[in-house]
Every structure is written in structure tokens, then in C-alpha cells.
Design a protein around this ligand. Structure first.
Ligand SMILES: [Mn+2]
Length: 316
């Protein structure tokens, strides 16, 4: 085994210290687990929210829900602990009154994790602003590719507003900032699950003008999988980052989130869409906007925990 997990039929899943997917803490990974393939870490910040706060408690809730995730993935047919070394790197530093400080500190923290040339970063938020920090660290660790990374973005919202209440680093803006910084290539960016309402239709202009591919939930029902497959064929083996806002899923299936929008994916549809990404050259990922105080029976954190395993499976 590359990842030394406590055996589920020996140490019960309700016992022991709580880490993501029951992975070892990064400091305790032995020689058999080196180099570490994935560092899993939390960015417990909701300094950037525009509506309901509370996503700062997301990493803890997802750790808890992930205790029941087992290492063999039925649909993908892979055993993630056998094929991959992954470890829980704890939580990044955060600065609860400052989005920008949090992003600077979180990306500096992420830069140091594992073997920077090899270890991929899976960040658990936190609100969507934290994607910028993990994207920045990923882009730098990949040698700052000049064309930027390809981006697969699941979300109800585009998250490309220039600023809200004079804040340029909040959760409405991470992909605009990432395009400006050169971390991502908008022509190799796809946003899936977009729907609902906007303050201003011109909010769509920015990404439309840059050539971002968009699949709304309505379009997904008609030809979404084919559009996604064509996009994947276009980006081929290019280095790709995956960002998943749980509000891409319908609030009936992910109620624990801060900016819910009706009419989203079922959790089954969303997981199936993620599994269909198998074969991409995944170099980093995040899962964001789990808001435990609004959750019911851990529905949303259970989804996020499953999604963590599926994301690891994509590269196993
Ligand atoms: Mn978002």
C-alpha cells in the first residue's frame, strides 16, 4: 500500500484521530509513501463570502464525513490507497479579517507541502476565494507554465466578477484574478453547472469575450456530456486543474452551502460527470463552499468527501 490507512475492519471508522479519508498526517508518512502523490489540506476561510458565512467550518466537517470513505472506488475500478500516496497536511494559516492575507499565507503554506515537483495539492475550503491560493501554488509548483493551466470548473456561478464592495479577492472573483495572473488559460477553461440569476447580464461578458466554454444545467440535459467530451479532447494531456463548488449541485442534494441556486445537478449526476474526466492530466484541485451550519444530516459534507475520493481516483 502506498497510503497506510487504518484497516476499516480493525479500527472502526468512528474511532481514532480524524484526518481526510483517514490518511496519515503528512509528517508521519514513511518511506513506502514517498514521494507523496497528493497532499490534502484545508483552507478554513470564509472571509470572501457575499451571502451566508460559515464555510470556514468546511474542512472539519469534510474530514468528519470522510471517515466512511473506503479506498476502493467501485465505478472507477481503482484502489486509491494501493495506487497513490496521499496524506493530510492539516490546515493552512488564515487571516479571518483579510481575503488577500489569507490567500498569500495559504499559497505560501501550500508551496511547501510534500515534494513540490511531484506532490499535487487538493485543497478543501472554505469559500471559493481560496481556489486562487491553491491554483497559484499549483501553477508555481508546475514550473509556472507560460500558457497557464487548463481549468475545469463546476459551479452555479462564473466567479469572474471584478469586485464586490471594493473587495477584489472575494469568492465572486477568483477566476478573474487567476486569468489576470496567468495561472489559467481562459480558452482552456470550462464552467459547468452555471444557472439561475445575475445582478447584471454583462457579468457573462468577461468570460464570453475570453472564449471560456460554458455549460449551463439546462444545456447539460441536452448535450452537456458531448460538449464536455469535445472540450476534453481539445485540452488533451494538457496540465489541468479541477475546481468544484458544491453549489453546482442542487440545494436539494447539497443544502449546506452559502449561495444556493435551485435547478442544479443531482449528486449522482455530478459524481458521474467528475468520473467522466478520467484520463485528464490532473495537477491540482479544490472542493469549496461546504457550509456545515446550513447542512442537514451531513448531506453536503458526505458529498464532498466522496468527491475527494473520486478526484484522487482520476489520477490513480
Ligand atoms: Mn463558486
Amino acid at each position: 500500500m502506498k497510503t497506510d490507512l487504518p484497516r476499516g475492519r480493525v479500527q472502526p471508522r468512528f474511532a481514532g484521530i480524524c484526518t481526510f479519508l483517514r490518511a496519515p498526517q503528512i509528517s508521519s508518512v514513511g518511506p513506502a509513501g514517498k514521494p507523496i502523490d497528493w497532499a490534502l489540506y484545508g483552507i478554513p476561510s470564509d472571509a470572501g463570502v457575499t451571502f451566508r458565512p460559515g464555510a470556514r467550518f468546511g474542512p472539519r466537517a469534510v474530514r468528519d464525513a470522510s471517515q466512511y470513505i473506503k479506498p476502493f472506488l467501485i465505478e472507477q475500478g481503482v484502489h486509491i490507497a494501493e495506487r497513490l500516496s496521499f496524506a493530510d497536511a492539516g490546515d493552512s494559516p488564515v487571516s479571518p479579517y483579510s481575503c488577500k492575507q489569507t490567500l498569500d499565507d495559504a499559497s505560501a503554506f501550500a508551496l511547501t507541502l510534500g515534494d513540490p515537483k511531484h506532490t499535487k495539492l487538493l485543497a478543501i475550503g472554505g469559500d471559493h476565494s481560496i481556489a486562487y491560493a491553491n491554483l497559484k501554488a499549483t501553477w508555481e509548483r508546475r514550473g509556472k507554465p507560460s500558457g497557464g493551466l487548463a481549468l475545469i470548473h463546476f459551479d452555479a456561478h462564473m466567479d469572474t466578477v471584478d469586485e464586490v464592495w471594493n473587495e477584489k479577492w472575494g469568492h465572486a472573483s477568483p477566476f478573474r484574478r487567476a486569468v489576470e495572473a496567468g495561472f489559467i488559460d481562459p480558452k482552456a477553461m470550462i464552467s459547468i453547472g452555471i444557472r439561475g440569476t445575475l445582478n447584471d447580464p454583462r457579468d457573462l461578458d468577461y468570460t464570453n469575450n475570453l472564449g471560456v466554454t460554458v455549460i449551463t444545467c439546462d444545456q447539460w440535459q441536452k448535450n452537456g456530456p458531448a460538449t464536455l467530451a469535445a472540450f476534453l479532447a481539445k485540452i488533451a494531456r494538457r496540465e489541468t486543474y479541477l475546481t468544484f463548488d458544491v453549489d453546482a449541485v442542487d440545494p436539494a442534494f447539497c443544502p449546506g452551502t452559502g449561495t444556493p441556486v435551485a435547478g442544479g445537478f443531482t449528486s449522482a449526476q455530478a459524481l458521474s460527470a467528475v468520473r467522466s474526466l478520467r484520463g485528464i492530466n490532473l495537477v491540482g484541485a479544490d472542493i469549496v463552499e461546504v457550509l456545515p451550519d446550513r447542512d442537514v444530516s451531513d448531506i453536503t459534507s458526505t458529498f464532498a468527501a466522496q468527491l475527494m475520493a473520486e478526484i484522487l481516483g482520476l489520477s490513480a
